[in-house]
Write a protein that binds this ligand. Structure first.
Ligand SMILES: [Zn+2]
Length: 848
């Protein structure tokens, strides 16, 4: 494919960058950037190739002598200085360019958001700032001078000097350009401090727009907790005198780990009980931690090239998941992570966008910031830890930091530290990084003469470009229970390396009940013929909390799949929910997870995997019917749960009260099916926090009784951007599917639909694509609406348009009529004049 980059083509950069000095003279339409780049040639005779896009070159010189136009070549993608114009000894390249941040709607490079300058350079945004080798393996110390008529002027590293209208920053740690950041604006700081284990005093600041400063306390506390945790769990200390976070309203991603100057989407910083839900709080804490943890896993040790993105992302997601598990309830966090993994990554693996955690080619790297690179990348790190044990893992990580600090590394380097520290051969394990697809694990068992045998067969379905796969090295955690519910074999990790492999357990006087893939020890789909009675037994007796939940989930999923084909709800499932409601010993957050039914997309995924074409309307109907049946059957217990889980006193976002609210709202969702949404109306009127207010509103929307509440919610929150995002999101995702396309079409004409803001765009469009039966409506109106908006957004913000096109990735699951309707829309997008590289790569891959 034209313009494709291949992993196999990697070559080191032929110059070393010794030091970079940048001077910015800020102006919305004509910012001047002067660069002094001290470099040493490493390969005599090599041309000097610099990336640069949308730059107006003002001047260029080497060691103070101006270059003439015959010394270099400028193209739309960069600048090449001819070897003849280059000294053989170290030299300094001086350039000056002009850029226009005000007109930068792609939000990559230097751009403006509400009068504030900010940057986003990962992956390849720095080339829109100045001419430079914009690749992660070129690392250098940066000094930055900012001149601009704004009160706050920030960059990476430590502040070294400032005066009215200017400031200078120095970052002593060599870094690649994707970690460069600059912020200038009328901002206020919420400040604090942290003392590291070795006694370094670090100033902490969270910069926000005036008026938002009293919504930062939770984020600051999360940062302090993260800094302490990384010292305790990984022995990693912070390494500068200052750590700044800036909240920005217009941001394509969640947040960015620029060295010493993290830039965050404001929705992942700002929180108050009235405006943020429990889920928002948990997410803020996790993302603050994630970006902070990157200081070691990403910044100090970075990626050699973008194919290695999961080296920093998989590891850092694994670290933030462990952090949240320690701050909150470990088993609940694990279940939530697996729900998200299946919803996003398994779905990706099942469709035309499937790719390995480490891909080997791309056209636009922005399109590979995916669930596979992040969430599956984290699962692979978790399997490594399972294989070498907790102590072995810490030993390997210590070696990783010791051996590779200051380097740009590869997945091979990463695996090598585990091999060297454990003495194990992980050659086969590496396939988890290089092969796409979710393995399917078929299990059969046998019992004779006090011996129990488990036989596993693994097989990974074909994925684009990888028709055949060889077996993977898979850790399978197993426990065995006796028929009376006692555990007779505690958790044991079996290591599967063959396509088909048996494991035996001896000395068992009765046939045991197996609990397989405990704590979800490998990201695989378990295929085992089990009865509903056995699932109910595991839900009641398994000592592994994950597999207890998994048993309930499998029961619910199977019941819903059967109901789409006309079967009645399984009695075992209905009874099991009754026992769970009566079980006060189980944690409320855990009970809430069991009470919530699988989403419609998960049911569609399961039907497709079992060889049935999913019918979105039938799934929606079945799910509603099961909720009604559960509510009728357990009305008394649900009502008691709803009452008893009310949290008295002032709101706090801590795990315990959040778990009670979660269970309370799960009960409310069922009760609203049969009480005319009476309780939801009362809760909406009385709620003093966003969690319950939004939970009540959601039920009113599902019940079709929300018009008054929506108007009231809107008039109360019309000036609070992050809450108005929720107003769009809940309507788009939960309104009745039959008329959802009309509903979102109307919402898109609402004056508050500021579609150029990525958060607002994602609220409406992302919310709508989550309305499974609405998006997949048989007449194709949903697909048409969605495609129209991707086409409209693409010229302004190709990155967000391309990412949101993944809503179409499930099209091969559905019937021929829907497939044809999606194909028509994808072909219409592909045929659009001037389509971005981002979106054209995505439509080509989606069309296969
Ligand atoms: Zn990250």
């Amino acid at each position: 494919m034209d313009g494709t980059t291949y992993l196999a083509d990697y070559t080191p950069y032929p110059f070393n960058i010794d030091k970079v000095s940048l001077r910015f003279r800020l102006a919305p339409h004509a910012t001047r950037v002067q660069a002094h780049i001290a470099m040493t040639p490493l390969s005599p005779g090599a041309a000097l190739r610099l990336d640069g896009e949308q730059l107006r070159l003002i001047s260029a010189a080497i060691d103070g002598v101006a270059l003439t136009p015959s010394d270099y070549l400028i193209t739309p993608s960069g600048m090449t200085v001819h070897p003849a114009a280059l000294p053989e000894a170290p030299f300094t390249l001086e350039t000056e360019v002009e850029i226009a941040p005000e007109g930068n709607t792609a939000l990559e490079g230097l751009y403006m958001s509400n009068g504030m300058y900010c940057t986003q350079c990962e992956a390849e945004g720095f080339r829109k700032i100045t001419y430079y080798p914009d690749r992660p393996d070129v690392m250098a110390p940066f000094r930055v001078r900012i001149e601009g008529d704004l009160p706050v002027l920030l960059s990476n590293g430590n502040p070294v000097a400032s005066g009215p209208g200017w400031a200078e920053w120095d970052d002593p740690w060599p870094k690649p350009t994707y970690l460069f950041a600059l912020v200038a604006g009328d901002l206020v700081a919420h400040s604090g401090s942290f003392t590291t284990a070795s006694g370094r005093e670090v100033a902490l600041n969270i910069y926000v727009r005036p008026g938002d400063e009293d919504h930062c306390a939770f984020a600051l506390g999360a940062l302090q907790r993260s800094m302490k945790w990384d010292e305790e769990a990984y022995g990693r200390e912070y390494d500068l005198d200052i750590f700044n976070i800036v909240a920005v309203d217009d941001f394509n991603m969640g947040a960015m780990e620029n060295k010493g100057l993290n830039i965050f989407n404001s929705k992942l910083v700002l929180a108050s009980p009235e405006t943020a839900t429990d889920t928002d709080y948990e997410r803020i804490e996790a993302v603050i931690a994630h970006e902070y943890f990157h200081n070691w896993t990403g910044n100090r040790i970075t990626c050699r090239d973008w194919f290695q993105l999961c080296l920093k992302e998989g590891l850092t997601v694994f670290r933030d998941q462990s952090f949240t598990a320690d701050m909150r309830l470990g088993p609940v966090k694990r279940i939530e992570d697996v729900i998200a993994l299946r919803a996003r990554q398994f779905r990706e693996d099942q469709g035309p966008l499937a790719h390995p955690p480490r891909p080997d080619h791309y056209r636009e790297i922005n399109n590979f910031y995916t669930a596979t690179v992040y969430e599956k990348g984290a699962e692979v790190v978790g399997m490594l830890r399972t294989l070498v044990g907790d102590e072995g893992y810490r030993k390997a990580l210590d070696l990783y930091f010791e051996r590779h600090d200051g380097q740009a590394c590869t997945i091979e380097d990463w695996i090598k530290v585990f091999e060297d520290s454990s003495g194990r051969d992980l050659g086969q394990f590496k396939r988890w990084y290089t092969d796409a697809g979710t393995p399917r694990l078929r299990v059969t068992d046998d019992y004779a003469d006090d011996t129990y045998t488990l036989t596993f067969e693994q097989q990974t379905p074909p994925t684009p470009g990888q028709p055949h796969k060889t077996p993977r090295h898979m850790p399978i955690a197993v426990g065995l229970l006796s028929p009376n519910g006692n555990e007779v074999v505690p958790t044991t990790v079996l290591e599967m390396t063959e396509a088909r492999q048996s494991f035996t357990f001896t000395g068992l006087s009765t046939r045991p009940v197996p609990s397989i893939l405990r704590n979800f020890s490998a990201p695989a789909v378990l295929e085992r013929a089990t009865s509903a009675a056995e699932q109910a037994f595991l839900l009641a007796h398994d000592t592994d909390p994950f597999n207890r939940w998994e048993a309930a989930r499998s029961l619910a999923r199977q019941t819903l799949m059967d109901m789409t084909k006309g079967a009645p709800p399984a009695a075992e499932y209905l009874d099991a929910i009754g026992r769970l409601l009566a079980d006060d010993t189980a944690d409320p957050a855990f009970r809430a997870l069991i009470l919530r039914l699988p989403g419609e997309d998960e049911i569609a995924q399961a039907l497709h995997a079992s060889g049935t074409t999913p019918d979105p309307e039938a799934i929606h109907t079945a799910r509603g019917a099961l909720m009604t049946t559960l509510a009728q059957r357990h009305e008394v217990a649900l009502s008691a749960t709803y009452e008893s889980m009310a949290v008295p006193g002032a709101y706090t976002p801590d795990a315990a009260p959040a778990g009670c609210r979660s269970l309370r709202l799960a009960a409310l969702a069922l009760l609203s099916q049969i009480d005319g949404a009476r309780r939801a109306e009362a809760l909406f009127a009385s709620a003093d926090n966003m969690t319950e207010s939004l939970g009540a509103l959601s039920n009113l929307i599902t019940a079709g009784k929300a018009e008054g509440a929506l108007a009231q919610f809107r008039s109360r929150w019309k000036d609070v951007r992050l809450v108005m995002d929720k107003w769009f999101l809940v309507q788009a995702s939960l309104c009745p599917p039959q008329t959802a396309a009309e509903r979102v079409t109307t919402l898109a004409t609402d004056p508050a639909f500021e579609w150029k803001n990525p958060n607002r765009f994602r609220s409406l469009l992302g919310g709508f694509s989550a309305n499974h039966a609405g998006f997949h409506r048989a007449d194709g109106a949903g697909y048409r609406f969605y495609a129209d908006w991707l086409i409209r957004l693409d010229p302004l913000n190709p990155q967000t348009a391309a990412r949101m096109s993944t809503a179409f990735e499930t099209w091969p699951r559905y019937d021929k009529t829907r497939q044809a309707l999606v194909r028509t829309e994808l072909e219409r997008i592909a045929a659009t004049d001037g389509l971005s590289r981002d979106l054209s790569e995505m439509t080509a891959r989606l069309l296969g």
